[in-house]
Design a protein around this ligand. Sequence first.
Ligand code: NA7
Length: 548
Amino acid sequence: MAEVASTGKTGSASSTPLVLDAAVIGVGVAGLYQLYQLRELGLNVKAFDTATGVGGTWYWNRYPGAKFDSASYIYQYLFSEDLYKGWSWSSKFPEQPEIERWMNYVADKLDLRRDIQFSTTIKSAHYDEARGRWTLTTDSGQVIDTQFVISCTGMLSAPLSNLFEGQDTFKGKIFHTARWPREDVELKGKRVGVIGNGATGIQVIQTIAPEVGELKVFIRTPQYVNAMNNPTYGPKEVAEYHAKFDFLKERLPNTFSGFEFEHERGAWADNTPEERRAELERRWENGSLELWLASFEELFFDQAVNDEISEFVREKMRERLKDPELCDLLIPKDYGFGLHRVPLESGYLETYHLPHVSIVNVKDNPIARITPEGIELADGTVHELDIIIMATGFDAGSGALTRIDIRGRDGRSLKEQWGKEITTTMGLQVHGYPNLFTTGAPLAPSAALCNMTTCLQQQTEWITDCIKHLRENDVHVIEASREAEDEWVRHHDEIANATLVSKTYSWYMGSNIEGKPRRLLSYIGGVGAYRQKCAEVANKGYPGFEMH
Ligand code: NA7
């Protein structure tokens, strides 16, 4: 095992490199568990994170109203019953501070902090083919020499925070939701503008509306929503879900979406209209992502079925919105339910009944720039504001990796490559980048259509098993072959292109960023099916991966 030459954060590029077996980038859900597993395996491993604390997504997304859309009791690690049962949630969908506390609990319980270097951004990662090792450089010039790199950088961690001309001229304050400050932001009585009404915008809007003086919501694309049912949990409920530990451990990795629920009614055509309606009502009433991810599979690929379910949701939204003008602005017409990420909400629609809340429709009259006073639209109208909240989303999937200067064999650049076409092998490796493993990456099930903890546990476990295999067989380098990658991309595309999701504008397809190559970023063949395919590769000794 390699020696650790330097454990501290060092200040200059010329200092002795920190020599590791494995470097984990990011200490969110994936990174914490990956660090733990590789340490258990006996590797000399360290994790690095830009943040000052653990949590990843749950460290950065501390905006007002940030909370789970996955049930808390399935958003946990299932490898340790002790770890699972040592934590109790206060509700089904708790808020960010509680989630961040949970991640700190995990880090402490597994004694992970001694191997985490915080306040450290990995700026570059270059592969040296002769040595079969990577050289990483941090923002402070520290150099890390490591055999393996495992990116646990998250699917949604590169915020689109610099979108508009003139942002730096604004006299008030601008915040992107994923960079919300740790200290309190005074919103009381302020004129606030929110740009974006995705899952994030909706949580912000419904939370801050009662507090602010005036709220203008800049909407380009309306969203289907599903009302959240968020019961609180006391000792009785906690005991009930703790008792399901074995069931959940078995169930979650094998469902379509990594959630507890599953499509149960069979084919749409095999149900009578009454049965379909009853199923939709039942899933709707559950107030979770069930209606979307576990009603009828045809929702994702059969236009007629999607039309009918979309109309069901529109009807529900109309009942609550009442006002025809609001219905026109807030109910989607030109794409189907479930083809974007479906946000859960609590009183979001009713927010627009408040007299100080209004919608600025920026579909045909887009935001042109930010001025010192506020937001200026294409027609010259200026909306004067004190605070602008950008709930404008992320460079999803690829952005977390392309912002690092990653160079593989022959100096090839991942950023340049993915600027032309985004490909991976099962979302776990990229051909041309030996000994680099990726989690939450494109072409694997991830945030879009998966309970993240389910998928990230499975991916990090696969990587750990793979590294164990390499060590046991005295193999130093592993790289996905060109053929294996092509084959995976073909399989991924075949499933993706048969869905309606791939025909719809959204970040799922990379369409929220001009010039980003289009491809469904998440594998949509199902979490259970993906897990089986990954297990098959491992069980057969990693065919399609070149080793030496
Ligand atoms: P999303 O879902 O990407 O939403 C971003 C929102 O910002 C969306 O409503 C966009 O409208 C809007 N947006 C982005 N750029 C602009 C401009 N230039 N003008 C007007 N509106 C704009 O990000 P979220 O953070 O809400 O959610 C990301 C994921 O996090 C979510 O799916 C969950 O998995 C958790 P558009 O739809 O592009 O017209």
